[in-house]
Write a protein that binds this ligand. Structure first.
Ligand SMILES: Cc1cc2nc3c(=O)[nH]c(=O)nc-3n(C[C@H](O)[C@H](O)[C@H](O)COP(=O)(O)O)c2cc1C
Length: 204
């Protein structure tokens, strides 16, 4: 029998690239980092993505409230952006105030500097207890502000192999804290019926 830690190390092989997620609701815009995104459709004419966002992250309620997010594939040289968006919360700093971005076709802003971006409207959601899995229809795509992609996409494996020594401890500490916070709520899954914003309650 594998230990929980050994199981988690195996599960890490199933993670996505490290991507930036933006969202906005009302006047508030934000960006965060995730490695829990997957392609959720094989139909080229119906592109979809799914992302898993912890409820304790500020972005969660922005995405839940607006029904939109933008996912940005990042390049291997974008570690400073990961540090900026992934290690501090919008509760304490307006992270996008210092990151070049522009309006998109949804409420979610689009970052100028990335490998590529996908703008998504949420079409369904599943409660996992500690987080929500949002299923998004891709409604617009681009290469950031560029005409063509440059560099290499940042995978989770590359990220972990090249994480700067000066923030490795902070990363591991944040991961442990998130795991502890998620442990209890993970067993409290609630039924969720997704309706677009403004169409009434989403919980029966
Ligand atoms: C490499 C990496 C992967 C992450 N993956 C996730 C994830 O899959 N889901 C999630 O909710 N948070 C994830 N996070 C944590 C959030 O990015 C982090 O808690 C962020 O500060 C949340 O910002 P917010 O509170 O402004 O929304 C990850 C962070 C890093 C650095």
């Amino acid at each position: 029998m594998l230990t929980p830690d050994e199981t988690y190390q195996l599960l890490r092989n199933v993670t996505s690239p490290v991507v930036a997620i933006t969202s906005a609701h009302g006047e508030v815009r934000n960006g965060m980092i995730i490695d829990s995104a997957i392609r959720a459709s094989i139909v080229p004419t119906i592109p979809r993505l799914a992302i898993i966002i912890h409820k304790f992250n500020y972005s969660h309620d922005l995405i839940f409230g607006s029904g939109a997010f933008a996912l940005h594939l990042l390049r291997t040289d974008q570690y400073p952006l990961i540090h900026h968006l992934g290690f501090q919360s919008r509760r304490s700093v307006d992270k996008l105030a210092t990151v070049a971005h522009r309006p998109g076709v949804t409420s979610a802003p689009v970052l100028d500097d990335c490998y590529a971006h996908f703008e998504c409207r949420v079409v369904n959601a599943m409660d996992t207890g500690a987080s929500t899995c949002f299923l998004g229809d891709v409604v617009a795509v681009g290469y950031g502000a560029a005409a063509a992609p440059t560099g290499e996409v940042l995978t989770a494996a590359y990220f972990r192999a090249h994480i700067p020594a000066e923030w490795r401890d902070a990363y591991l500490r944040q991961l442990r804290e998130a795991q502890q916070r998620a442990e209890g709520p993970s067993r409290e899954i609630r039924p969720l019926v997704w309706r677009p914003p403004g169409a009434g309650s989403r919980e029966p």
